[in-house]
Design a binder for this molecule. Sequence first.
Ligand code: ASP
Length: 330
Amino acid sequence: MISKLRQTLFMVSLLGNALLANTGRAADAAFPTKPVTMIVPFAAGGPTDTVARLIAQAMSVELKQTVVIENVGGAGGTLGAGRVARAAADGYTILLHHIGQATSPTLYRNKLPYKVEDFEAIGLVTAVPMTIVARKDFPPKDLKELIDYAKKNKDKVTYANAGLGSASHLCGMLLMKAMDTVLTTVPYKGTGPAMNDLLGGQVDFMCDQTTNTTSQIKAGKIKGYAVTSKKAIASLPQLPTAADSGLPGFEISVWHALYAPKSTPPAAVNRLNQALKVALKDKIVISRFAELGTEPEPEERVKPEVLKAYLKDELTRWDGVIKKAGQFAD
Ligand code: ASP
């Protein structure tokens, strides 16, 4: 009798498990059934926001659900990244972050509001060159003059950035090191608002991604001195590389990637990765990226494992650079 009961209970539990597994699979297959929020850890209107909006639009078409952008700027991207680290791990809140994901753990060694392990990798998006730019009436005519001018006027020259951990901060840190000068830094919640002040002449210069500077340089509203890529770029052919104009070896590319909170179900991560791959092949995305001086990552690099390995290398690389520079958030 008891053994019969045991057998029945066993059967019921097997049936229950099978049902649960099926429901889980059905839910996975249906993902997403409601809008997905993509957190951009910088202010609206800036370079990361521009990249995010372009891919979110294309991902929405593929996912058949809106991908809504939410800008959570501040503290060089760490506030927005922290928000995603603490979000429900269901695939409905994702993070578009850049190189800051690799630099913040060292820069904010005592006050990072999350751990780098708090995320699942979805995929690499694009690597954006930077430009060294200034307000239109800033006196130096080229990068060599800028270096000279900044050294001579270090008490009055101002440098804008998007906070410690932002790409503009890193570029500025390397720039000041190469110039052997420390300048007054003005931090913003993103280089979107920093660009407004540069246009208005309230700050002197900054280093910012081509996704934010190309149209302003082309319109003659700001001065462009150099690009930080290895070679000159097609969208801004008049700009020399920083390495060729007084800063040998000076090269930075701001790589962007998508993440989900740790323990997001693999089916949701895969679906988001697949939508990202489709978005990066979208004609509008490709042509807008090209106009803005960048290009999508090739499909073979848009894989969670490639991002994981790349992030690991970048964490090591920047840990060394930042420790050597001795600049921390605390
Ligand atoms: N990516 C930032 C932004 O979108 C700028 C930066 O990192 O310098 O505003």
